[in-house]
Design a protein around this ligand. Structure first.
Ligand SMILES: [Fe+2]
Ligand SMILES: [Fe+2]
Length: 281
């Protein structure tokens, strides 16, 4: 079985140090196969914030897949925003804009969706879609394939018409993702954790592609729910997505929800779902 710890939206500069320490403890105990971080490492892309984020990531188990979020591009420093938007991210976190983890049966690929011009909104470029096609088509068919973006592909349940920021060019990217049998999409950005099937928002999709969104792991920028992250466990034919939320009274993360999907005739279907039971803010 492979275990993926999916964390997101750390927002160093607004981090809660008690929760940050709690997460380190959890992940050191969990010893996942991979730690995936789906972006927004910092609050304002400042040097000191990137330094803290980089030091923090060093405490977490490896290997790691890291991609930037919109907050990792300076917003107010206009010169830096347009001349070297991801300069600090590349210096402190990683300069690999197509980070990959590949083992005997699992492939995880990150794609940068953060943009200078449309700061809050994210997008996949046509060049990235071409590269995606090239990489995905070269992978063994039996691999469990995961794509990581900062901006989500589907909105939270019940928020379909509220104008939440989704990744741009999603329909075009999804064609390639679908054709190449990608199983799971991971993202963050909305600070809301939820799980779904791509077909609920893109009914024209022929295949089920599972979506797992992570909330903010350690930042005080919580929106509708406490801090949390996802633990994903995969073995052939079965995937389990566990939401773990910070329980302030216990000063630790506890299980707050779990979804199990099973694969039948190459299609993933939801088998059981225990809704998140943690406190709602
Ligand atoms: Fe964020
Ligand atoms: Fe974001």
């Amino acid at each position: 079985m492979k275990t993926i710890a999916h964390i997101s939206d750390l927002h160093f500069g607004t981090e809660d140090s008690k929760i940050a320490d709690g997460l380190v403890k959890e992940l050191q105990q969990l010893q996942p196969t991979v730690v995936v971080n789906s972006g927004d490492f910092t609050q304002r892309a400042r040097k000191s914030q990137f330094r803290s984020a980089a030091d923090y990531m060093k405490q977490l188990p490896k290997p790691q897949i890291s991609i930037p979020g919109n907050h990792d591009i300076p917003l107010f420093d206009v010169f830096r925003r347009f001349i070297s938007p991801l300069g600090r991210f590349k210096n402190y976190i990683t300069d690999d804009m197509f980070p990959r983890y590949v083992d005997d049966n699992l492939t995880i690929m990150g794609i940068n969706t953060a943009r200078s011009l449309t700061w809050k909104s994210g997008r996949i470029s046509t060049d990235q879609i071409d590269e995606l096609q090239k990489i995905l088509s070269g992978l063994p068919k039996n691999h469990f394939k995961i794509i990581v973006t900062h901006h989500p592909f589907i909105p939270p349940p019940g928020q379909e018409n509220t104008g939440v920021t989704l990744v741009g060019r999603a329909t075009k990217a999804l064609k390639i993702i679908e054709q190449n049998n990608v199983d799971l999409l991971l993202a963050g950005h909305l600070h809301q954790g939820y799980t779904g099937d791509i077909r609920t928002f893109y009914p024209s999709s022929d295949r089920a592609i599972i979506v797992a969104q992570a909330g903010t792991a350690i930042s005080r920028r919580v929106r509708y729910e406490p801090n949390g992250y996802n633990v994903i466990r995969w073995e052939y034919g079965r995937i389990e997505i566990e939401v773990r939320r910070w329980e302030a009274a216990e000063s630790s993360f506890t299980q707050a929800g779990k979804c199990v999907f099973v694969q039948q005739e190459e299609q993933w279907t939801l088998q059981t779902e225990a809704a998140a039971t943690g406190p709602v803010l």
